[in-house]
Design a protein around this ligand. Structure first.
Ligand SMILES: Nc1ncnc2c1ncn2[C@@H]1O[C@H](COP(=O)(O)OP(=O)(O)OP(=O)(O)O)[C@@H](O)[C@H]1O
Ligand SMILES: [Mg+2]
Length: 494
């Protein structure tokens, strides 16, 4: 049982301005789950990208089953039996589900000769293993992100890897899909498959991991068996200091003064019309399963989806919103669920990505003042603890959690009247999460109306003054914070 399938020795990697990995040692036993944890930007993804042949290490060695191995390309990794499920979905939205599963393995020049019936049948069999019942001929982009992630999992399983790396798979998974995933992990462990599992949700680590390694600022803080650690000691190792958890209780800022009003809004995707109100300084939590219409509702309010009837009022004024750009102009901020697809501008630098929706705050007399923009960006980066080389670097160079913070930063210190957050702390580490909750709380102190869509019930319960629960494209119920409990929400949602 105790043979090493993988040893990574003295791995170092420097990016311009950042020592991402500093003499890192990491190993993997046959049939174990080894969790890798650490704050945003600690170096977790970089380590596994080196293992996957996607990033070149500066120094260090990799051994597979005790033998040194050069992994220079993703092809090398694949041939060595290493499969990686990346933090950011790597699938191709425009291809079908089946094509995505076999993408990279069916040589393009053979495309015309591919036996499509066979391909579909094999794809179906693979999807069955992860419990996904979808039409494999439909475009991947038509699936909700959670299901897209399960397609990615299925794809990794289909190559019969003996090392499977999962970089925050759970960030977009529902509880149901996560349970399914863990079931598969346990089955494969028995067959000797070893896993590297990255997650910011420590409950998951305690549920699935045999050992855990903590990275901080590119250095190993320690490797422990799961029995040797508890939540507190793990957090302490990760952040190296005691962190203050948000502890205000519910916001006291809510006034009886409607800011965001949605009147009988109807779109082609929602089953029923939506009406709701959020007062100044109030946080409305939106709970519900993935696919219950939460994101669709947000999109309808923002004008991202076609509207059949109904309207949105902001601070008493009826808005004509035809697109999210109109909504932003009117003063409604938005943090999307999918930062890669809808949030970030990858051809702009970090600073522009932070300040883009809020140019009036950076301007004097209608001119953008570079210095002012920079000053604001620096202050926000500090507040949100964004770990980066330089503000002028590409936003691509940021770790996943730090990209999320960039999107969030747009609405702190801006001129918005209402903000809709769709999964605001996805992929964000424990310390930064507390900081973000604090900042959302501060928004309410300024009289801003806040909507938070979240799949994490503790987050909803902690922040909301009032909670609505969605089910099958409708609002299934509403409750005040005092009356709310996980059980009540779950029973309304399913
Ligand atoms: N391509 C790149 N160019 C420049 N810097 C990079 C690049 N990739 C990563 N970095 C930097 O290396 C450091 C480690 O990043 P990495 O993505 O490994 O963090 P992480 O632990 O996976 O964080 P998260 O939990 O947010 O995903 C960060 O400071 C990041 O900004
Ligand atoms: Mg990462």
């Amino acid at each position: 049982m105790n043979e090493f399938v993988l040893q990574m020795k003295n791995i170092s990697k420097k990016f311009p301005g950042v020592q991402a990995l500093d003499n890192v040692n990491f190993d993997l036993h046959r049939g174990e789950v080894h969790a890798l944890v650490g704050e945003n930007g600690a170096g977790k993804s970089t380590l596994i990208k080196i293992l996957a042949g996607a990033v070149k290490k500066d120094s260090g060695e990799i051994f597979l089953n005790g033998k040194p191995k050069e992994i220079a390309t993703p092809g090398d990794a694949q041939r060595s039996g290493i499969a990686v499920i990346y933090q950011e979905l790597m699938l191709v939205p425009a291809l079908s589900v089946a094509e995505n599963i076999f993408f990279g393995r069916m040589a393009l020049r053979w495309r015309f000769f591919i036996n499509r019936t066979l391909l579909r049948r094999q794809a179906q069999i693979i999807l069955q293993r992860v419990g996904l019942k979808v039409d494999v001929q439909q475009k991947l982009s038509s699936l909700p992100v959670a299901q897209q992630q399960m397609v990615e999992v299925a794809k990794a399983l289909s190559v019969n890897a003996n090392i499977i790396v999962m970089d925050e798979p759970s960030a977009v998974l529902t509880a149901h899909e996560l349970a399914k995933l863990f079931e598969i992990v346990r089955q494969l462990k028995k067959k000797g498959v070893a896993f590297i599992y990255i997650s910011h949700r420590l409950e998951e680590i305690f549920e699935i991991a045999d050992r855990v390694t903590v990275l901080r600022d590119g250095k190993i803080q320690g490797t422990k068996t799961i029995e040797e650690v508890d939540r507190n000691s793990l957090v302490q190792m990760m952040v190296g200091r005691k962190i203050e958890f948000w502890n205000h209780g519910q916001s006291t800022a809510a006034k009886n003064e409607p800011v965001l009003e949605v009147e009988k809004l109807r779109t082609p995707t929602l089953a029923d019309e939506i009406s709701l109100k959020i007062n100044a300084g109030e946080i409305l939590g939106v709970a519900g399963l993935v696919g219950s219409g939460r994101t669709e509702m947000a999109r309808a309010i923002l004008g991202a989806d076609k509207r059949i009837s109904g309207y949105v009022k902001l601070a008493g004024r009826k808005l004509t919103i035809k697109s999210p750009a109109d909504a932003i102009k009117a003063g409604i901020g938005f943090v999307p669920e999918d930062r890669k697809d809808q949030g970030l501008f990858f051809d702009l630098n970090i600073m522009s990505n932070m300040t883009i929706s809020n140019l009036s705050a950076q301007s004097r007399n209608g001119m953008i003042r570079k210095n002012l923009e920079k000053k604001n960006a620096i202050a926000l980066a500090k507040q949100l603890q964004i770990k980066m080389g330089h503000l002028n670097d590409s936003v691509n160079s940021l770790s996943g959690g730090n990209q999320q913070k960039v999107i969030l930063s747009r609405w702190f210190g801006g001129n918005v009247k209402a903000v809709i957050f769709d999964e605001p702390t996805r992929g964000v580490d424990v310390a930064a999460k507390a900081q973000i909750h604090e900042l959302i709380y501060e928004l309410t102190q300024q009289g801003i109306a806040v909507m938070i869509i979240s799949s994490e019930l503790p987050e909803i319960l902690k922040l909301s003054d009032r909670i609505i629960v969605m089910r099958e494209g409708k609002i299934a119920g509403e409750m005040s914070a005092e009356d709310a409990s996980e059980e009540k929400i779950v029973s309304l949602a399913s």
